[in-house]
Ligand binder design. Structure first.
Ligand SMILES: [Zn+2]
Length: 182
C-alpha cells in the first residue's frame, strides 16, 4: 500500500470515531506503517474494504494495526485469487524467500534477514526491511565496484607504516552486525 492509500484509509477510520489520525513521522504512524505496509504488504486495493469494516465497529480498536491485519485476512478470504500475490513479500529476493542481498559502498555483499522471516531458528538475527537497510546506508543494488580487500596486503601496510595487527572484521561488516543497536 502506498502512503496516499494508507493515509486516506487512516483518515476514514479515525474520522468515523471523531479522532485525529497520527501524522506522518510520529512513532504511532511509523509503527502502523511498518506493520501494515512493510511486514505484511497490504495492497492498495484492500484499503477501502478495511476502512469500511473498521468504521462499522462501535469503537476505534485499541490495537489498530492488529485490527487492520485481521480485516485484511477477511478481505483475502473474500478474494482468494489475491492471496498468493498479497502474501509474496516485495522485499525478499525471489530466489531466497525470507532474505535479500545488500551491498556496502565498497561492493561487499551481505545477506539480510527480511522482516517477513518467521523462522524461529533465526530469532536472534536482526530483521530488516529494504527501507531500513537503505536508511542504514546500505545499497540494494550492486555498486559495481571490486570488493575492497579486508586488510591491506603486507607490503602496502609496511609502506604506510601500519604496525597494528590486521583486523579480521571489516568496518562495514562490524557496523552492520551492530545495526540492531542503532
Ligand atoms: Zn520478505
Amino acid at each position: 500500500m502506498d502512503e496516499r492509500f494508507f493515509d486516506s484509509m487512516l483518515d476514514e477510520i479515525y474520522s468515523a470515531f471523531q479522532r485525529q489520525r497520527p501524522t506522518r513521522g510520529t512513532p504511532a504512524y511509523r509503527s502502523l506503517w511498518r506493520r501494515v505496509c512493510e511486514e505484511r504488504a497490504v495492497p492498495n486495493e484492500a484499503a477501502k474494504a478495511i476502512a469500511y469494516a473498521l468504521t462499522d465497529r462501535d469503537s476505534l480498536p485499541l490495537n489498530l494495526g492488529k485490527a487492520i491485519l485481521a480485516e485484511f485476512e477477511n478481505w483475502l478470504a473474500d478474494h482468494p485469487q489475491r492471496r498468493a500475490k498479497a502474501t509474496a513479500c516485495r522485499d525478499c529476493d525471489p530466489a531466497i524467500p525470507g532474505f535479500f542481498w545488500v551491498w556496502d559502498a565498497t561492493g561487499y555483499r551481505m545477506l539480510c534477514k527480511c522482516a517477513c522471516n518467521q523462522d524461529r531458528r533465526l530469532e536472534n538475527m536482526q530483521a530488516w526491511t529494504r527501507r531500513q537497510a537503505q536508511e542504514a546506508g546500505l545499497l540494494l543494488t550492486d555498486p559495481g565496484v571490486e570488493p575492497a580487500p579486508r586488510t591491506l596486503p603486507p607490503p602496502a601496510r609496511k609502506a604506510l607504516g601500519h604496525t597494528e595487527p590486521p583486523r579480521r572484521d571489516h568496518v562495514a561488516q562490524r557496523e552492520y552486525s551492530n545495526a540492531g543497536g542503532w
